[in-house]
Ligand binder design. Structure first.
Ligand SMILES: Cc1ncc(COP(=O)(O)O)c(C=O)c1O
Length: 412
């Protein structure tokens, strides 16, 4: 695996200054990814960053300058976002399990939009908005009947907790539209994630456009916002080809322009909602090899962080089969040889790599797991077996700093 020595200098220095296990985020990589998206889509989309992919407060603060909007999925994320300087008006709130107090706090806190996932939620939001004397802006989330093949996870196209099934739109929309304290300002679809196939992504967006047109025609004369769940994937494993973003744009630009050319949509903001494509490749998980064991012919490196710090890299975040995340030995050279890497937990499912080919691993070596900027730390069971949580480090043009947001263990 090729990796730049400049990157390794930063990673070595981060580990030396802040210790391991740790997450390291490169601000410049996030900024260039956001710039790439803007350049590629030529202004057709505004960006909405999904806080769930990485709610680190320093990173959320950085994202204020990279995305027009922020999507949160709990009141905890809403609070973190406000504390990180986001204006409530730029925030939306998705999630199928919003509780009453969350809806109340979001409305009281002047959130931009609630993304309604059901009539039940709409009725609840309407009565809270009424009590507060407000008219709350909402988008209605729709779950299409199909999702093209090629998405790592899908939230529609089968029985799903997310949004209103397409088949029920004609029944549910009039009910929501009649609620006096809600104003439907647009629609939202997030039906699939982690796709590396441009044709599948375009086909999905075309299906969104069809749904948006039909529903707006019937219920939303002048939509302000249409949210496209991006589905843009990243290459997690050696051998994955990165998404050809230019091919996505080439395949969908005419459809987007066609939509915008219709008078009803001339003033509509099209929004691309995404997480991993913006921040995933900008993050590295650093773990140090505590000991090396040879067991029945297999070399095993036991690391100071594993599944407890990085559940997805251990293969337990929706993967059917474990595939090693791309990783490298920091500062490592030499002939690659097979090694298993495991974490410190007392369970055989705590593994970071199975038969990885890395330069010979010795005690004290530093391993960098790539593609760890999204669904890393906060997607992991950090309390299992009570090891100290990893620290987080942000590298910016001015230097690097500790941006750890999960408190350390109580001291002895
Ligand atoms: C509603 C919603 N928005 C945004 C995202 C972010 O997806 P990704 O990080 O794959 O871009 C997800 C992922 O599950 C989601 O469910």
């Amino acid at each position: 695996m090729n990796h730049s020595s400049a990157l390794d200098v930063w990673l070595l220095s981060a580990a030396a200054s802040f210790g391991t296990p740790s997450y390291v985020y490169l601000a410049s990589a996030i900024e260039s990814r956001a710039a790439l998206l803007r350049q590629a889509f030529e202004g057709r989309f505004a960006l909405s960053f999904a806080a769930k992919s990485n709610p680190n407060p320093a990173l959320l603060s950085l994202m204020r300058g990279q995305a027009e909007y922020l999507d949160v999925s709990s009141i905890g994320e809403f609070r973190t976002a406000l504390a990180a300087g986001w204006e409530a008006a730029r925030i939306s709130f998705t999630g199928p399990g919003k509780r009453q107090f969350e809806i109340r706090e979001a409305i009281e806190g002047d959130i931009g939009e609630l993304i309604l996932e059901s009539v039940r939620e709409a009725v609840l939001a309407n009565s809270i908005a009424g009590e507060l004397g407000r008219v709350q802006h909402v988008l209605v989330r729709i779950a299409p009947t199909t999702v093209p093949k090629g998405f790592g996870d899908q939230m529609a196209g089968r029985p799903s907790a997310f949004g209103i099934d397409w088949e029920d739109v004609a029944r549910d929309m009039p009910e929501i539209a009649a609620l006096p304290n809600l104003k439907i300002v647009g629609l939202h679809i997030y039906s699939g994630t982690q796709c590396l196939k441009p044709e599948a992504i375009c086909e999905n967006y075309r299906s969104f456009i069809g749904i948006f047109r039909e529903v707006c025609e019937a219920y939303i004369p002048l939509p302000e916002k249409l949210v496209f769940g991006s589905g843009l994937g990243i290459p997690y494993h050696d051998g994955d080809l990165p998404l050809d973003l230019a091919a996505v744009v080439a395949g969908i630009a005419a459809d987007l322009d066609g939509l915008k050319a219709l008078p009803q949509f001339a003033g509509t903001r099209l929004v691309l909602e995404l997480g991993r494509y913006l921040v995933g490749e900008a993050g590295y998980f650093l773990t140090r090899v505590i000991s090396v064991k040879k067991s029945r012919g297999v070399r095993i490196g036991i690391c100071d962080g594993g599944m407890n710090n990085h559940l997805p890299a251990s293969g337990h975040f929706g993967m059917v089969m474990h595939r090693n995340y791309t990783m490298h030995k920091v500062g490592g050279q030499g002939e690659p040889e097979k090694v298993n890497l495991v974490g410190p937990l007392c369970t055989s499912i705590d593994r970071l790599a199975v038969a990885a080919m890395l330069p010979r691993i010795e005690e004290g070596d530093l391993i960098a797991v790539h593609n760890s900027g999204a669904y890393g730390l906060t997607a992991s069971p950090i309390h299992f077996i009570s090891h100290a949580p990893p620290c987080e480090v942000l590298i910016e043009a001015v230097g690097m700093r500790d941006v750890t947001h999960i408190p350390a263990l109580p001291s002895a």
